[in-house]
Design a protein around this ligand. Structure first.
Ligand SMILES: [Zn+2]
Length: 192
């Protein structure tokens, strides 16, 4: 019998992203005091600012769409110039990529403090996080979704809608999906 991993055993996919010099120690990794190095607590002595970035869940995509119905349009429009993204939406996206340290299944989307911090990041850091988020959201190679948006802006919206549909279907597994009367019957295959 093959042993299988259960969801309990796997952490949601994430990446550690370097978004610049540690502000606390100015990149020195600590403070020297009489020749004694005191390790910077913020960066653990690395001198770098790093964040763990997780993929965005279908549920969070749905929540973002409720707040920003034009989220996809904005992402498509901003693909070439990230600053065009509405700051509030950017903050929400970045917060959705963060998880509670003690509960990696719960994102920080909706946490005002975190969203505000995300908005205040430099564009370079924001793009780094969004791209890592894309890689974690589509680990099997759909590709960083922002790059996808650039390449296939027309189909990106459809792709995201499929994800939202799947996510909402998973939430209502008990009820069968409604029939689609508008859909024409499948072409009949000839018996032999
Ligand atoms: Zn530091």
């Amino acid at each position: 019998m093959a042993s299988m991993l259960s969801l309990v055993d796997v952490l949601p996919k994430h990446e550690r992203v370097d978004i610049g010099t540690c502000d606390e120690c100015n990149g020195t990794g600590g403070t020297g005091d009489n020749g004694q190095q005191i390790k910077c607590e913020v960066c653990q002595g690395s001198g770098r600012k790093r964040v763990d970035v997780f993929g965005i869940s279908g549920e969070d995509i749905g929540r973002i769409l409720v707040r920003y119905p034009t989220a996809f349009t904005q992402m498509v429009a901003s693909a070439g110039k990230p600053v065009a993204l509405e700051p509030g939406l950017m903050g929400a996206m970045l917060a959705a990529s963060q998880r509670k340290p003690d509960d990696p299944d719960t994102s920080l989307l909706g946490d005002e403090k975190i969203e505000k911090r995300g908005r205040s990041f430099g564009v370079g850091a924001q793009m780094k996080i969004l791209k890592a988020m894309g890689r974690c959201t589509f680990p099997d190679g759909i590709g960083p979704f922002l790059e996808d948006l650039v390449l296939t802006s027309s189909s990106a919206k459809e792709a995201m809608e499929v994800i939202v549909r799947i996510a909402s279907k998973e939430r209502s597994m008990t009820s069968p999906p409604p029939p689609k009367p508008s859909e024409p019957p499948a072409t009949q295959a000839s018996g032999n």
